[in-house]
Design a binder for this molecule. Sequence first.
Ligand code: DO4
Ligand code: MG
Length: 285
Amino acid sequence: MNLCRFKDKQGAIRIGLAIDASTVIDLTPAGITEMEPLLESEDVVAQLQRLKKETLPQLPLSSLELCAPTERQEVWAAGVTYLRSKTARMEESDFSANAYDKVYSAERPEIFFKSIAEKVVGVGESVGIRADAKWNVPEPELALVMNSKGRIVGYTVGNDMSSRDIEGENLLYLPQAKVYRNSCALGPWIALGAPEKEAREWMIRIAIKRDGSVMFSGETSVGQIKRSFTELASYLFRSQEFPHGAVLLTGTGVVPPDTFTLRAKDNIEIEISGIGSLHNSVIVV
Ligand code: DO4
Ligand code: MG
């Protein structure tokens, strides 16, 4: 079951539920004006199954302006959860290479802050590459959607945009390599109800196009993530509260070759088989 946020003709946000590949029902007439109460409910899937039976407006997906799926959640990110991420980062850095090696197998995962909800970029909007960085890449990632109790209630598609030269120069520059204008894209769908076992079978695919030609494409399986989702989620919620829930990017397993860097006007498409696809163009920020 896939939920989304979309804008109506007056620009107001509404909550939609996909009923097939091309149709969304508008949940507003049923009193659903935000996702948060749904994500907090004991059984969101059962609640949505009930709503599906009500007579609610059916809208063609192609007519909707879809928005980022975040309302008030903070977005965090786990790192070095795939072997590919560890080796690429060890190669790009000099004296901090050991840190990646250690964190990959350490008990405590790497988790860092990525974005507040209102700064998240939605489908069709532009992600940013820093004007002061020379080597910029997208990071296609599965994102866990958790409610305030730390329960994983859904999944969305994420892009943890990164400046590899800034991170590679010195690991202490990580917040600058990771957190800047338009550096986090999510959505448009929140897929609900899939257990971790099922989600680990999904594929993550990325294609980067420049002037209509594919400059890079790659894929990985979610199952390649070294740590369990519950382990990552429980570390995020240690000694920490998220009254509106949280979103956690789970790390990248696809890294373009070292010769590749993004340019303005590139188009990035990330698809996760059990969820849907997120596409964004690139601007310099
Ligand atoms: O350690 C730096 C960031 C790692 C990361 O973002 C990833 O592995 O996806
Ligand atoms: Mg990442």
